[in-house]
Write a protein of this length. Structure first.
Length: 300
């Protein structure tokens, strides 16, 4: 079993982003960490064609069947954003590694890294755990104003269920490093006694990294070595233009961050396949993007 591997859960629409991510891993990975990409069975040939030798492509059903109590039908009845969280969280069950560096398709490494960036010692990972100040402060000034409310609504129910009060931590955003021991304890000590799996947990509170972080604090499965985010995460397009206005490029970001995330919700130019939205919807979105860019680049 490897000390750490990299895993990404993706699907056809994100295959070009996944290839960019895999190319950045190949360019900057100095320790040769194995990269696995999980995709729906029908998308596996596409991923193998587009990524080639950059990654090992696996059928996501391999992860599902590795869980002895998993209800596959119920899992795939969930919206895609939720069942992908379950797949990512249960990847450890394949027995490939003690720890997993979980990346998303829209992640991109921008400087060299080794396993020492993710492991505090030979087997214990760092835990992404901070106060969420970066996104909360930015959105308080630039919008959307709902973010603080959603931040708490996403995390506080999991805190209550796991029996913790006090500071609301942020355990994201991608990439994050997960220990198999934390997920195992959450399953065996909390979910199984309730007759549940992560399907039920994520369905009622869809924040896989919060489940991981709160389980870690409750069960202390591993020592806690807290650290901040690894990547500069552009949740919103106007965040990106705000940085560009200040001449913050990837080269500048690489001094403080291992990578960057151009969130797929707004970076639509890298989608694979025909557009999923109507022409009027796409035109309206384009106009909004031009306005946002103009507002951010015009500010002093």
């Amino acid at each position: 079993m490897e000390p750490i591997v990299i895993f990404c859960c993706s699907f056809a629409r994100d295959v070009l982003r996944a290839r960019r991510m895999a190319e950045s891993v190949a360019r900057h990975d100095r320790d040769g960490l194995a990269l696995y990409v999980g995709a729906p069975r029908e998308d596996v040939p596409l991923f193998r064609d587009k990524l080639g030798a950059l990654a090992t492509i696996i059928d996501r059903d391999e992860v599902v069947t590795a869980h002895p109590r998993m209800d596959k039908e119920r899992l795939y009845a969930l919206p895609g954003i939720k069942h992908q969280q379950v797949i990512k969280s249960d990847f450890w069950r394949l027995g490939l590694a003690e720890n997993t560096l979980v990346v998303d398709s829209d992640c991109k490494f921008i400087r060299d890294f080794t396993r020492a960036d993710f492991l505090a010692d030979a087997s214990v990972p760092y835990t992404v755990m901070h106060d969420g100040h970066d996104v909360l402060d930015f959105t308080a000034h630039h919008g959307p104003r709902r973010v603080r409310r959603e931040f708490l609504e996403c995390r506080e129910p999991i805190m209550r269920e796991m029996g913790r009060e006090g500071v609301v931590h942020d355990y994201g955003y991608a990439p994050y490093v997960w220990s198999r021991h934390v997920w195992r304890d959450l399953d065996e000590k909390h979910l199984a006694p309730r007759g549940e799996t992560l399907v039920e947990a994520i369905d009622r509170a869809p924040s896989e990294f919060t489940w991981y972080g709160e389980a870690l604090l409750r069960f202390r499965s591993i020592p806690v070595h807290a650290r901040g985010e690894y990547f500069r995460f552009y949740h919103y397009e106007h965040q990106y233009w705000h940085d560009r206005r200040r001449r913050i490029t990837e080269e500048a970001l690489a001094k403080d961050w291992l990578g960057v995330v151009y969130q797929s919700n707004w970076e639509t130019g890298t989608e694979y396949g025909p557009p999923t939205k109507s022409l009027p919807s796409r035109m309206a979105r384009s106009v909004k993007r031009v306005v946002k860019r103009a507002l951010q680049t015009a500010r002093p």
